[in-house]
Design a protein around this ligand. Structure first.
Ligand code: GLC
Length: 751
């Protein structure tokens, strides 16, 4: 077995060993200084064989945990004891993780603890609204709170590392994974990314209730051509740097400990082989030295991309690009040893990745306590508590968007009499749990039907499923119509099943699946007011559904307390205030359609034929980014800008007075957009550069103040320099991306 002496280290180790009270050099303590940790890790690495080193870079999935094409083979304790695996994906539960960890720290030669990773995306056992919904709350503190609760629960179950937050900007709702991110806007996406990193990682990574967070999928995954999952991403460098990279940079600045490479290529180079963006930009330029993990079989897929002739080539390209951990391909562990032995792959490249894996384990405190205090008792005490359920209900209520409310039909009176609860999603627990439910269980979920029966009483609820999510079966229509006719109002729950959303669930249409629209039309024909609640994972072209509905509520996949939260909104216990974090097209033919678009040389104009628009549908969206209604109303006025001319490096203050002019207290999401009128390259017609979710009582006014600075004006020019160019900037403030209250100022310098 080869031993590796890392030049220059022995003296440092010797000095380390002389430190009073120093732990065994093979032990790396989370309490030690970074220099001491590095020295301890190097001391450990000096004792490791090449096979043991590559074993640390090998991540296997627990049986049955496949989230990709490869089925998991049963990994026995023998592999762990042999030091052939460094981390697991999908192993859950205090007992299960303790059992495997005990094998690693008692029977392997060097007793290096395992890392346990899982997709804790929007909650662990207490499932919260899907990230796209939560982003619509425009409340980063909420995102931090729910991530924190997820970390408390998952860590109690022995999980150390979550593959979240997903921070991919997405502007094509055909792509199923729009549900997992924060929508179309880099500014909102960056704030949500940082909040979720803070929530997952807590104040210090070594705390037993902290998780190592992962910013994923680096980078450009959401730009999949055609919205078809795993497809290529082609874009200008400016778009890459000004749209898709900012949320990753925000996660790095928030201290994210891990990044996951994405399946896609960017302009011809698959991300799992993209050393320029991983080692060059992420590590060298941004100064980040965390752990990069491949996506599921992403290393092997370099063969399919056609940039590697064999598994060894694929493994070597990925490792040289900076992908430290090989998720499930087993190429690093099985195909690279001979590459190292032959000298084809320098051991130093392996060592760099091994060090990052071991440092992550050290920072998590795994060398101090491989179990991090996870046990069955703590697990039982931490999971699905009343407090967590309350937080889930609050999160869902803050994430529900009111899209239409004709004649203020909502909120309903609790004395309303009988209601008809209809639709394929009225009693579907998986539509509450969403697409990455973690350890969430359908029996935990409160469906809308269950919530309404509980709040109104069984005798006041007439339920009829009406139809399914797919197909054209009308056999349930009559019962649904009868239920409607026997009630004062129809509550219709339609949308998508969670299996129609998220990974490997791209759709070529944005229409309501199946014959749900026909059901809505039949119910509208009864003359009863139809209140439609959408449960879905992507923007849908629901213009006809809105026409058939007196009110339209976007509830997304709202989490285990979704049914209760929907009831809270329908009956006014919660005044909805969430906004859309992604544009709703009128039709899929408009895609991509997003608010921060360019003006073009022929901006759309109804009166002029030769302008950029469609001849068969308006060029405007069905519902714009940032849009959402309330049960009250707000007015904006008194826009003030502190300086009409300002240096780019000085803080510009913008304020506006917002008043609740309606009959109910409520939250308003005050949004500030900027437009750079003239620049050396074209600039979007407006970009979100500030928002505040504020609560106002009836008649209350508040001055809301924003600060602008260099980062708000900066962009990448044609030469890819990060620049601010002097010129006039327009400010728009209001309750959506169509805000009209306008002011302007001049930036007079480039610094
Ligand atoms: C999946 C997803 C990724 C997830 C990983 C592990 O393919 O792309 O987001 O974290 O595999 O489940």
């Amino acid at each position: 077995m080869s031993r590796v002496v890392i030049a220059g280290i022995p003296a440092l180790i010797a000095s380390m060993l002389l430190l009073p009270g120093h732990a065994n050099a093979a032990q790396c303590s989370a309490a030690a200084t970074p220099a001491q940790q590095t020295a301890a890790i190097h001391a450990l690495m000096m004792r490791m064989t090449t096979a043991e080193k590559l074993g640390q870079l090998n991540q296997l999935g627990a049986q049955g945990s496949a989230t990709g094409p490869k089925k998991q083979r049963l990994v026995g304790e023998a592999e762990i004891a042999a030091g052939e695996v460094g981390s697991f994906l999908g192993v859950r539960g205090a007992d299960q993780t303790r059992r495997l960890q005990e094998v690693a720290v008692t029977r392997s030669r060097l007793k290096i603890p395992l890392l346990f990773a899982d997709d804790v995306i929007h909650g662990y056992r207490t499932t919260f609204p899907v990230p796209l919904a939560e982003a619509g709350s425009f409340d980063p503190d909420l995102a931090e709170r729910t991530a924190r609760i997820a970390a408390v629960e998952a860590s109690a179950s022995g999980i150390h590392w979550t593959f979240a937050p997903m921070v991919d900007i997405a502007r094509d709702p055909r792509w199923g994974r729009v549900v997992e991110g924060s929508g179309e806007d880099p500014y909102l996406g960056s704030l949500m990314a940082a909040a979720r990193v803070r929530g997952f990682q807590g104040r210090k990574l070594s705390a037993p209730d902290s998780l190592l967070a992962t910013a994923k999928h680096f980078v450009g995954y959401g730009a999949a051509e055609g919205g078809r999952d795993y497809n290529i991403a082609s874009m200008s460098p400016q778009t890459l740097y000004d749209v898709y990279l900012p949320p990753f940079n925000a996660a790095v600045k928030a201290g994210v400990g891990s990044v996951m490479a994405s399946f896609n290529e960017v302009d011809g180079t698959p991300m799992h082989a993209n050393g320029m963006l991983i080692n060059g930009l992420l590590r060298k330029q941004w100064g980040w030295n965390g752990l990069v993990v491949s996506d599921y079989t992403g290393v092997m897929e370099l063969l399919h991309h056609g940039v590697a002739a064999n598994r060894g080539d694929a493994g070597e390209r990925a490792l040289r690009a900076g992908v430290d951990v090989d998720m499930v391909s087993e190429i690093y562990a099985k195909d690279l040893p001979q590459r190292v032995a032959s000298g084809h792959l320098p051991l130093g490249i392996v060592d760099a990745s091994v060090e990052r894996v071991l440092v992550a384990k050290c920072r998590l405190g795994l060398f101090d306590d491989p179990y991090r205090g996870s046990d069955a008792a703590r697990e039982r005490a931490s999971i699905l508590t009343a407090e967590h359920r309350h937080a889930a209900r609050d999160a869902a209520g803050r994430s529900i968007v009111l899209l239409k409310n004709a004649h203020d039909v909502l909120p309903l009176s609790k004395d309303i009499g009988k209601v008809a609860v209809i639709g394929p999603l009225a009693d579907e627990p998986w539509a509450m749990l969403g697409n990455w439910p973690g350890d969430g269980k359908p029996e935990d979920a409160v469906t809308p039907l269950a919530a309404l029966k509980k709040s109104l009483g069984e005798q006041r609820v007439a339920y009829a499923r009406g139809t399914g999510l797919l197909g054209d079966d009308h056999s349930g229509f009559d019962a649904a119509i009868a239920a409607a006719k026997s009630s004062g109002v129809v509550l219709l729950f339609v949308g998508e099943g969670p299996e129609m959303s998220a990974e490997a669930a791209s759709r070529s249409s944005l229409d309501l699946p199946g014959n749900q629209q026909a059901l809505a039309d039949a119910l509208a024909a009864t003359g009863k007011p139809v209140i439609t609640i959408l449960l879905n994972g992507r923007p849908l072209s629901v213009g006809k559904l809105a026409d058939a509905s007196s009110a339209l509520v976007e509830a997304w996949f709202p989490g285990i307390e979704g049914g209760n939260a929907i009831g809270d909104v329908l009956f006014g216990d919660v005044n909805p205030a969430a906004r859309l974090a992604i544009t709703f097209p009128r039709t899929v033919g408009q895609v991509p359609i997003y608010y921060a678009h360019k003006n073009t040389g022929r901006p759309p104009s109804a009166g002029e034929k030769y302008t950029s628009k469609y001849i068969d549908v308006p060029w405007t969206p069905l519902y714009p980014f940032g849009y959402g209604l309330s049960y009250t109303a707000f007015s904006y006025g008194d826009l003030k800008i502190s300086s009409t001319r300002i240096m780019a490096n000085r803080r510009q203050k913008v304020s506006v007075t917002v008043t609740n002019t309606g009959m109910r207290a409520g939250d308003e999401v005050v949004q500030l957009y900027l437009r750079d009128e003239v620049a050396s390259v074209t600039r979007p017609v407006r970009q979100l550069r500030g928002f505040r979710r504020i609560h106002l009582d009836v008649g209350e006014s508040r001055v809301v103040e924003f600060e602008l600075g260099r980062d708000d004006y900066a962009f990448h020019d044609a030469a890819m320099h990060d620049v601010v160019e002097p010129g006039r900037f327009d400010v728009f403030i209001g309750g959506s991306s169509e805000a009209t209250l306008k002011g302007s100022f001049e930036v007079v310098s480039t610094r």
